[in-house]
Design a protein around this ligand. Structure first.
Ligand SMILES: Nc1ncnc2c1ncn2[C@@H]1O[C@H](COP(=O)(O)OP(=O)(O)OP(=O)(O)O)[C@@H](O)[C@H]1O
Ligand SMILES: O=C(O)C1=C[C@@H](O)[C@@H](O)[C@H](O)C1
Length: 301
């Protein structure tokens, strides 16, 4: 029992059934993390066993404990990301993926507001990569005009030409995380450029996208400019139509991070409870899965 004292900040109920033939006891998995906020009162534990295991290349002390029924912690299983120290987990995952990437870029794709820039910045920092926002790259390339101004003054096809040119140039530079524009997926030539690296889709339900965009307004999103409706309705209507049109194009990605799946697997009811760091970690997990299952991983380019 001394080994646990001053130890566990995180605990996990892995079984709600009575444990090991002892009535009124529950099996509990405790992750020992050297902090002074135990979720289980040690006097409630009637039996325990400790084991060191490696989870995603990180050594953890797992303690399988059995405690009285009404004293079992009320946490649901699967809350790894919210419980573990996110930034350390991010670093560990980034280290594992860096060597597999061999300098290849990551192209984050997804609808407007899906979090490509927010998550991309976190990822780039963890990997020691540069971060580039393709919309901002285009804005600079055409003399500092905003995306909205480009759409209004020169039309969408002019913007798309410049977007393709930006992706062509970006695809020849190693070690970058690129947040692509939401519509980058619609031109086949862009896939040729993006496939020089690893493409990852951030899949977010339209309702959540509309809420995020409505919170900051639709001014900077020319494809969501409608005459009538409140900001949420305008955003929802436009995003719904675009998402439907683009669903096949988005399916070309190498890996997908679905916020709905992530919420379910983490035991969260609301996807807005998933932090950008947790999403960045999941991007790395999915990239690792993709690269390990893909024997054609080569050195950049
Ligand atoms: N995980 C998240 N939870 C809640 N809000 C988020 C999350 N990620 C991003 N946001 C918010 O959503 C909005 C859009 O995020 P961001 O700019 O990163 O998306 P994007 O995919 O790069 O958009 P665009 O393609 O239009 O540039 C921002 O206000 C951001 O703060
Ligand atoms: O979804 C889209 O087509 C767009 C998304 C933005 O990132 C910008 O690239 C532009 O507003 C168009």
């Amino acid at each position: 029992m001394e080994a646990m004292r001053g130890g566990c900040s995180m605990s996990f109920q892995i079984s709600t059934s009575p444990g090991g033939g002892k009535p009124n006891t529950h099996n509990v998995l405790v992750l020992n993390k050297n902090c002074n906020n135990p979720l289980i009162n040690f006097k409630d534990i009637c039996h325990w066993k400790s084991n060191t295991v490696t989870i995603r290349k990180r050594k953890c002390n797992l303690i399988f404990a059995r405690c009285c029924e009404d004293k079992a912690p009320k946490l649901e299983s699967g809350k790894f990301y919210s419980c573990l120290d996110g930034s350390r987990l991010l670093k560990t995952n980034a280290q594992a993926v860096t060597s597999l990437l061999n300098g290849r870029c990551i192209f984050l794709v997804g609808m407007m507001g899906s979090g490509k820039s927010t998550v991309g910045k976190i990822l780039s920092e963890a990997l020691g990569y540069s971060f580039v926002d393709s919309d901002k790259y285009v804005e600079q390339a055409v003399g500092g005009r905003s995306v909205t101004q480009i759409f209004q003054q020169c039309g969408e096809s002019f913007f798309r030409e410049n977007e393709s040119e930006a992706l062509r140039k970006l695809s020849s530079v190693p070690q970058q995380v690129v947040a692509t524009g939401g519509g980058a997926v619609i031109r086949p030539i862009n896939w040729k450029y993006m496939k020089q690296g690893i493409t990852v889709l951030l899949s977010v339900p339209v309702d959540a996208l509309a809420r995020r965009i409505a919170a900051v307004g639709t001014d900077s999103r020319p494809l969501l400019h409608f005459d009538s409706g409140d900001p949420y309705t305008k955003a929802f209507m436009g995003l719904f139509t675009l998402a439907k049109k683009r669903s096949e194009a988005y399916a070309n990605v190498d890996a997908t991070v679905s916020l709905l799946d992530l919420a379910v697997n983490s035991g969260l009811e609301d996807i807005s409870d998933i932090t950008p760091t947790a999403i960045a970690i999941e991007v790395l997990v999915q990239i690792e899965k993709y690269l390990k299952g893909n024997s054609s991983s080569q050195m950049f380019p």
